[in-house]
Design a protein. Structure first.
Length: 248
């Protein structure tokens, strides 16, 4: 079974489509764990209306205090019962055969940690044609110069990987920090070069977040990867080039 963990915070505009999308997956052995992070909109009521009669397969966990996406995902991980754990953000889109193809890929390769290619979408999740291709493998050193792993493409096999190591720290870019920590411990991420997801990006968000992205990657180099300043500058150069090319 695949346990799908979705952090929810003020996602009322998207969450009904997200639940419907999971229900339409061609792979049927799944559970959906929705973790509401103290939303202030009507996300909870939308979810409760949809999942009546499906409570065993779709679960809503409500947090009393907003603690951020990392802690919401950790709550979902702790509540999971499946062999495989997949992450999905409430505003992202999966293709109908995403789970089927990724589970088959993991079983065929024996991967503990996998990810796949994805495409940028506009505010309405319409594909833009800009596809980020997953490399066949990604180790720790390669990962330092390319943030190619997108959270909604990640899947873990808990029969192989320690559950504790996939919990996310409460730091900027907690997802990338998690991938780096896992890779640094010796695991290799296997990439499926097939576009199975759409990363929703509203107009203008890329340019407005450039400085914040630079600050986050520098923090990761110095505090998560424990790199020296010269090492950080070296990997930052590769990251900046690849990040620019990925968005052209």
């Amino acid at each position: 079974m695949v346990s799908i963990v979705v952090p929810v915070y003020n996602a009322a505009n998207y969450i009904a489509d997200t639940i419907k999308m999971v229900c339409e997956q061609t792979y049927r052995d799944w559970e959906l764990i929705l973790v509401d992070d103290a939303s202030t909109d009507n996300s909870v009521s939308v979810i409760e209306d949809i999942i009546k009669g499906q409570k065993k397969r779709i679960r809503l966990i409500r947090k009393r205090v907003n603690e951020g996406a990392a802690e919401a995902r950790n709550t979902g991980i702790d509540a999971s019962a499946g062999r495989f754990i997949a992450f999905l953000d409430a505003d992202d889109v999966w293709k109908r055969d995403k789970l089927k193809k990724q589970v088959a890929f993991m079983e065929a390769t024996g991967a503990a940690f996998s990810f796949h290619s994805y495409e940028f979408g506009d505010e309405a999740a319409n594909p833009t044609g800009r596809i980020v291709h997953a490399p066949a493998e990604l180790n720790f050193k390669k990962a330092l110069s390319r943030t190619v792993i997108f959270t909604s493409t990640v899947m873990f096999d808990t029969h192989i990987i320690d559950m504790e190591i996939i919990h996310m720290p409460d730091v900027p870019s907690e997802d990338t920090a998690t991938w780096w920590r896992i890779l640094r411990s010796g695991y290799v991420a296997k990439g499926l070069d097939e576009n199975l997801a759409i990363y929703r990006r509203p107009a203008g968000s890329l340019s407005s977040n450039k400085l914040a992205a630079i600050g986050r990657i520098w923090f990761l180099y110095r505090n998560i990867a424990d790199l020296s300043v010269p090492q950080s500058l070296f990997y930052f150069g590769g990251w900046a080039i690849r990040a620019t090319l990925r968005r052209l």
